[in-house]
Design a protein around this ligand. Structure first.
Ligand code: PBG
Length: 368
């Protein structure tokens, strides 16, 4: 008896037609009359069976298209003043604001676990209208950069360049008449970037979303001789609800209004190409999409379009969602995290910025 054919395409034959040879496709021949029901001419099933390549772990590994490695991870860290100070961040279990000494040790530990890079944020009480502390030569970030470079010189140190942690109003630029004044903010951002470069940063990462800031920062870095300091631009950064835990951590929530006047509208996909094209033209060495897991279409577009490496930022809210569900026993943390991070890489992210960097590096090593 032939196996039953369950696929859709079948030839319309007069019932009772003799088709002796057809059956050999199943490895045996029968001299008998087939019914219309038994004849399958579709190119797919039952000859084609994708499950053949999923049969064993070795086969699955051989045909795997995307390989997540710790080489692409960047761990965000929050720097505060003092020594020996650790302030746990309530909405980000496992993460703390760290004084520079502890932060350097944390970076060294991450590096030892295979994470090649950190992204630094400064948290401070020194706030004013224009965020002047952002360019302080001995600010939290500047000191943290120097401490990491002393502790682990090979580690890549990336610094976030923005004013929101340093302004009394919490906006990412300088205000005029209650609005963020784009052009007035550029100089302050460029000064902050130069101060990070002077402290030893390898890469500066502007996250403010002012127009023209990549060009302004490139010009300022070059003018000060920092020709080799790169720019990772937060090119497609969306106004997102998923930055909530970060703003608690960094004390950077806007005191009025929101960031929709400068960060992108989450409904826009095509506009991301425009932002990316402008930032690359202004001199960005790498571009970022943020948040990441809700914006896989954007990552995919940017990856196809960009001639520079693409980073995806799995942000604080994306971290917190998985963490909270895992704590309740509703998700298996390890497999959920590796699935999400793999998806970012599959969509086209070359670099992945994630609060899970160190855990994921460990999990990947275990599963080798
Ligand atoms: C600063 C900045 C933010 C994040 C990175 N840089 C917050 C914001 O734009 O409000 C968010 C990171 C995260 O949520 O993990 N502008």
């Amino acid at each position: 008896m032939l196996p039953a054919c369950r696929t859709a395409t079948r030839v319309a034959l007069p019932t009772g037609a003799a088709l002796k040879t057809i059956s050999s496709r199943w490895g045996y021949t029968q001299n008998r009359t087939m019914t219309r029901h038994e004849i399958d001419t579709s190119p797919g099933f039952p000859r084609i069976r994708p499950r053949r390549l999923r049969r064993t772990p070795t086969l699955r590994k051989m045909v795997r298209e995307t390989r997540l490695t710790a080489d692409q991870f960047v761990l965000p860290l929050f720097a505060i003043a003092g020594t020996g100070v650790e302030e746990p961040i309530a909405s980000m279990p496992g993460h703390s604001r760290l004084s520079v000494d502890l932060l350097a040790a944390r970076a060294a530990r991450a590096f030892a676990h295979g994470v090649p890079a950190v992204l630094l944020f400064g948290v401070t009480n020194h706030k004013d209208e224009v965020g002047s502390h952002s360019a302080h030569p001995h600010g939290e970030v500047q000191e943290a950069v120097a401490a990491i470079k002393r502790a682990v010189p090979e580690m890549v140190v990336i610094t976030d360049v923005c004013l929101c942690e340093y302004t009394s109003h919490g906006h990412c630029g300088i205000l005029r008449d209650g609005e963020v004044d784009n052009d007035a903010s550029l100089l302050a951002l460029a000064e902050a970037a130069v101060s990070h470069a002077r402290a030893g940063a390898d890469i500066v990462a502007p996250s403010d979303m002012m127009d023209g800031r990549v060009g302004a920062i490139r010009t300022a870095l070059d003018a000060h001789g920092f020709l080799d300091v790169g720019i990772l631009s937060y090119a497609a950064k969306y106004a997102s609800a998923f930055y909530g835990p970060f703003r608690d951590a960094a004390g950077s929530a806007p005191s009025f209004g929101d960031r929709r006047g400068y960060q992108m509208d989450s409904a826009n996909r095509r506009e991301a190409m425009r932002e990316v094209a402008l930032d690359i033209a202004e001199g960005a060495d790498m571009v970022m999409v943020k948040p990441a897991s809700m914006y896989l279409d954007v990552i995919s577009d940017v990856a196809a379009f960009s001639n520079v490496p693409v980073a995806g930022y799995h942000v604080s809210g994306e971290f917190a969602m998985i963490k909270a569900a895992a704590e309740r026993g509703w998700l298996d943390e390890r497999s959920a995290v590796l699935e999400v991070l793999t998806s970012l890489h599959r969509a086209g992210a070359d670099l992945i910025i994630t609060y899970y960097a160190e855990d994921a590096a460990g999990w990947l090593k275990e599963s080798e």
